[in-house]
Design a protein around this ligand. Structure first.
Ligand SMILES: C[S@@+](CC[C@H](N)C(=O)[O-])C[C@H]1O[C@@H](n2cnc3c(N)ncnc32)[C@H](O)[C@@H]1O
Length: 395
């Protein structure tokens, strides 16, 4: 049998999750070439391309580079773009769109670079076929990503379409819902193994709970998505795709098979009604239990596990209130959650000091544009020294 054709792919992600994504790729059998800023390069064949699109929890999209060259001005860009065999990727009946990402002193306006690229593609088609494919701003069949960093130009095919964090379960948001990819990354960074309890006591729209539930039941986050752009490619293998979907479905675990508890709570009842709908939409009602309690009233439901959450970070609260609130959170964690491993995404640098607990780990993450710290507080009994001593003895 001939070896399957391998090609390079790039999976993009959020700042701080690059290593988590590289691990996920390795688990899927990918050969990782390089971890970059907000992206991971890897080798794949079509099978892995399809799998990564449905399975990866911390990827935003998967790109397939088709050309790389250097250009310092619009003429070089046009000439090099026109040389690409566009007819291999696009036919006259398909619509297309160029999505530019430009960081370059040579190209100050990304729209202009995209326009030049479109002109070159259209001119190549006209010269060869006397006809040209059309551009579509909405629902194009084929999307080309134009990446220009300095003088380095990379043209890629976008295999995903809508970003992969749009899993389809969150019809309604809430008070600053987390990006699904960020939530999945936080759970992976916390080291949760889906064997102990997982608690989010300020669950908002339920993103952390739902991502944890999907992981526990081994449900690929995009298993229900009907449209990926690779389905419009000339080499799309529908038979292989169907096999991948049915194999992934056969590996899903039922809630009854799991011993784990996933519990969320929020002080806001209206919010919880929305959360319940999201949980339902994700098909996780049997696994995820919701409560309407404030953090101080919430009864600790197990002797150990992970407690992972992002408290309100104070756009609406004044600094003084925030400090008091975060100090209360610290006290509750210390006094009630012994045995748990707490992870808090804190997006308020002043408040971070108010917890009154020394974090064992501090990981920088971006929540939208907001720079945050993902803080780990292992809530052990006795002193920190005892805990570290025990940990070392157990090695
Ligand atoms: C930043 S949001 C959490 C967003 C959530 N992770 C998501 O993805 O949708 C903070 C949540 O904490 C809740 N909250 C605020 N104070 C609380 C308290 N004392 N106890 C429990 N929940 C609280 C708010 O109602 C809000 O839904």
């Amino acid at each position: 049998m001939l070896p399957k054709e391998k090609f390079e792919l790039t999976a993009s992600t959020l700042f701080g999750l690059e290593n988590v994504l590289a691990e996920e790729l390795k688990e899927l059998g990918a050969e990782v070439i390089e971890t970059q800023n907000r992206a991971v390069k890897f080798l794949a064949d079509n099978e892995l391309l399809y799998k990564t699109n449905i399975q990866l929890r911390t990827a935003l999209r998967i790109l397939k580079p088709i050309a790389r060259f250097k250009a310092r001005d619009q003429y070089a860009l046009y000439k090099n773009i026109k040389r690409i065999r566009w007819e291999d990727f696009l036919n006259l009946h398909q619509t297309f769109l160029i999505k530019p990402v430009v960081f370059s002193p040579h190209f100050r306006h990304s729209k202009f670079a995209a326009q030049k690229t479109k002109d070159a593609i259209v001119d190549r088609f006209r010269e060869r076929f006397n006809k040209r494919p059309s551009v579509a701003l909405e629902n194009p069949n084929i999307v080309f990503n134009l990446h220009i960093a300095g003088e380095n130009v990379t043209v890629s095919l976008d295999s995903s379409g809508a970003p992969l964090n749009q899993r389809g379960y969150r019809k309604s948001g809430g008070d600053a819902p987390l990006n699904e990819v960020l939530a999945a990354g936080m759970i992976k960074l916390s080291g949760w193994d889906a064997k102990t309890s997982f608690i989010d006591p300020m669950c908002g729209s339920g993103t952390l709970l739902i991502e944890a539930g999907l992981m526990a039941q081994n449900i690929p986050p995009n298993i229900n998505r009907k449209e990926f752009l690779f389905m419009n490619w000339q080499d799309f293998d529908r038979k292989l795709w169907k096999e991948i979907i049915s194999e992934a479905k056969s590996n899903i675990l039922s809630a009854e098979q799991l011993k784990v508890k996933i519990i969320g709570s929020d002080i806001n009842l209206q919010q919880l009604e929305i959360t319940q709908k999201n949980v339902q939409k994700a098909g996780l009602t049997k696994l995820i239990k919701l409560r309407n309690k404030s953090f101080s009233e919430f009864v600790v439901p197990a002797s150990k596990g992970k407690i992972v959450f992002n408290p309100p970070y104070g756009q609406r609260l004044r600094l003084k209130q925030i400090e008091e609130f975060y100090s209360e959170i610290g006290n509750i964690l210390k006094n009630k959650w012994t045995g748990f491993d707490a992870w808090v995404l804190s997006c308020n640098e002043f408040a971070n000091k108010s917890f009154g607990l020394k974090p064992a780990k501090k990981i920088k993450l971006l929540n939208g544009q907001l720079e945050c710290r993902f803080l780990n507080f292992p809530l052990f009994e006795g002193t920190r020294k005892d805990f570290l001593g025990n940990k070392n003895n157990n090695k």
